[in-house]
Design a protein around this ligand. Structure first.
Ligand SMILES: *[C@@H]1O[C@H](CO)[C@@H](O)[C@H](O)[C@H]1NC(C)=O
Ligand SMILES: *[C@@H]1O[C@H](CO)[C@@H](O)[C@H](O)[C@H]1NC(C)=O
Ligand SMILES: *[C@@H]1O[C@H](CO)[C@@H](O)[C@H](O)[C@H]1NC(C)=O
Length: 334
């Protein structure tokens, strides 16, 4: 489990049901267009007047699905993101972001023409103060609402709510968003109430972007944390898990938390991570009810015993197969 959490945090974790908050109004979604102006540049879609980018139609691959995915038209993630939006910003040069208001990773400045060096260091070689700063930054990310993005908590056909205008989107914190993007891309295809969800496809691990995909997630988290900290040089460190062999050398209270002295499955109360909660724990409910995210449980170090979580989910290996390795997974079932 810890190795996986670390892969997520440090070393390695896309289709996204997350959208800019300003785009998911009933009108915005019905228009199919999400082309916003950069902050401070009103009425300038995608910053086009200053050459930052332009609003373009998205063309998704129209070829039929392969035989492993027999459910054409049933899953919002097919031909992503066409179900939600078919016009978005395309940014030029060193500009990036949903409104071209950001710089590409590694650039900064008003015109995004200043290079910044982002040094990815070995977490074991950081000083005590650097380790503390890193863990505190992660904790801040876990608590800070993402400034721009919200997540859909229902599938497209229900996303307008029962009255057609109560949008089914929620805020999410920066760290949880990072977990969420991974989860959403690998989750099963909901086929309707009472029907078993289709788990025979994984839009990420079995997709063409596999090799670079976890890296992209980490870059996204790093970029969001840079903005949160207002420090374009902030870098996630790396962990060489081979060094510790079979012991978890970063499971110490100055890094990812030692074992609790009271509860073998728990994290030491001296660690900030003892306060963390797992999001979307009831993955089974998503599969059967079509809700996407509905509970929170404490993070634990090893296999969760039934009843450890206040809700009536059952930690089934099948569920875990698909969420494997992410903080979403009941711990220990990695
Ligand atoms: C884009 O999406 C909107 C809203 O769903 C739809 O009305 C429009 O026909 C779509 N345009 C194209 C070219 O698919
Ligand atoms: C990005 O910025 C660098 C540094 O100023 C510049 O050399 C480079 O041409 C820019 N890239 C693009 C595509 O504009
Ligand atoms: C979501 O976050 C935004 C920005 O922080 C805030 O303005 C809004 O009130 C929040 N919405 C909810 C439902 O908490």
């Amino acid at each position: 489990m810890w190795k996986y959490v670390l892969l997520v945090i440090l070393g390695a974790v896309l289709v996204r049901a997350q959208f800019p908050r300003e785009c998911v109004t009933p009108e915005g979604l019905r228009s199919g267009q999400c082309c916003l102006s950069p902050r401070g540049l009103p009425n300038d879609e995608c910053g086009s007047s200053t050459g930052r980018g332009q609003c373009v139609s998205i063309s998704a691959d129209r070829r039929p699905h392969g035989p492993q995915y027999p459910h054409d038209g049933r899953d919002d993630r097919e031909r992503w993101p066409i179900r939600f939006f078919n016009r978005t910003c395309r940014c030029n040069g060193n500009f990036s972001g949903y409104n071209c208001g950001r710089c590409r990773h590694g650039f900064t400045g008003v015109n995004c023409d200043l290079r910044v060096s982002v040094v990815r260091r070995n977490v074991m070689q950081m000083t005590a103060a650097e380790k503390a700063a890193f863990i505190n930054a992660l904790d801040q990310a876990k608590r800070t609402v993402h400034p721009d993005l919200v997540i859909a908590t229902r599938r497209y056909q229900e996303v307008f709510g029962p009255d057609g205008s109560t949008m089914q989107f929620e805020n999410i914190t920066i760290y949880n968003y990072f977990v969420w993007t991974h989860y959403y891309s690998v989750s099963k295809t909901f086929l309707g109430a009472g029907q078993q969800s289709f788990g025979g496809v994984d839009f990420s691990h079995e997709g063409p972007g596999f090799v670079t995909w976890h890296r992209f997630h980490l870059l996204q988290l790093e970029r969001d944390m840079q903005d949160m900290l207002q420090d374009p040089t902030f870098a996630l460190p790396y962990w060489n898990f081979a060094i510790g062999g079979s012991t978890c050398d970063i499971c110490t209270d100055d890094l990812l938390g030692d074992r609790s002295t009271f509860d073998a499955n728990g994290i030491s109360s001296n660690s900030l991570f003892a306060e963390w909660r797992v999001i979307c724990e009831s993955v089974d409910d998503y599969d059967t009810l079509g809700t996407i995210c509905n509970s929170e449980c404490p993070v634990s170090r090893s296999r969760v015993t039934p009843g450890a979580c206040p809700l009536s989910w059952s930690p089934s290996a099948a569920v875990c197969q698909k969420t494997k390795g992410h903080v979403l997974c009941p711990s220990g079932q990695s």
